[in-house]
Design a protein around this ligand. Structure first.
Ligand SMILES: [Fe+2]
Length: 255
């Protein structure tokens, strides 16, 4: 079964990911060679750092890159997405969140970035708002948070899932994130690995994560789950326990 990467900054010219269409296609060639055939396009949705990203343009950008990938004969399929910062999660209209949601329409979920600076009340408030709107949550790279991550426990107990970066597991961000990443995968708390690749600067693809897991002594079955079957389940089935409720905010936003 091919790998599924749910976190990748492959859309060119938007954030700190791929700079050009050529760079994105070159990276897609590597993905094709390494059997990473489904990739979510998760540009940063963080207006404080990337104020020029227009969420309504993402689908068109994705289609443009997909055409270029197909034109090269590569078998990589791009999927919608966005790496949502908690500040923006508190402000965006639900119709904008819909444009970066992943999974099938009846069980959508969002990739919410765990802030490097630490987990505080505003992060909890973002989780609560997105959950209230009916989205499942995949929390990106908790191991890169500076400081304790105990505040995630109520969220994971309520159904949020944890995504660990391959780069963290490989030690690319230093010993502390590597240690936390290792604990999260060894304890079974991590739901999946993702590359969080920034083509041209950081390219730790999922097969490297699979190999790292095996070196840690993780079973073949569990390494397969973390890099292939679990992310594929989220992509195809979403979070079926979180059907979208008809909230006042949702009703207003879709009028
Ligand atoms: Fe990212």
């Amino acid at each position: 079964m091919p790998y599924v990467d749910l976190h990748c900054h492959i859309l060119p010219g938007l954030d700190d990911g791929a700079r050009t269409l050529e760079a994105a296609v070159r990276y897609a060639r590597l993905l094709d060679q390494e059997d990473v055939l489904d990739v979510a396009t998760t540009s940063h949705i963080k207006r404080s750092n990337f104020p020029h990203i227009d969420i309504s343009e993402l689908a068109g950008r994705r289609a443009e890159l997909q055409d270029a990938i197909h034109a090269e004969g590569l078998n990589v399929t791009l999927h919608p997405g966005g790496e949502l910062a908690h500040e923006d999660a508190l402000e965006l209209a639900d119709r904008e969140l819909q444009l970066i949601a992943q999974g099938p329409s009846h069980a959508q979920w969002l990739l919410l970035e765990c802030p490097f600076a630490g987990l505080h009340d505003d992060f909890d408030a973002a989780v609560e708002r997105l959950t209230r709107l009916g989205y499942g949550l995949l929390l990106a790279h908790p191991e890169r948070v500076r400081g304790p991550i105990d505040r995630l426990t109520p969220h994971t107990e309520a159904g949020a899932l944890l995504q660990v970066n391959v780069s963290s597991l490989l030690g690319a961000h230093g010993p502390a994130p590597q240690e936390v990443a290792t604990k999260l995968v060894m304890s079974g708390r991590a739901y999946c690995l993702a590359s969080d690749t920034h083509p041209g600067t950081r390219e730790e693809i999922l097969p490297y994560g699979y190999d790292a897991l095996r070196r840690l002594g993780v079973s073949e079955v569990q390494a397969f789950r973390l890099t292939q079957s679990n992310p594929r389940f989220l992509l195809r089935e979403g979070n079926p326990r979180l059907a979208l409720p008809e909230t006042e905010e949702r009703a207003n936003s879709t009028r």
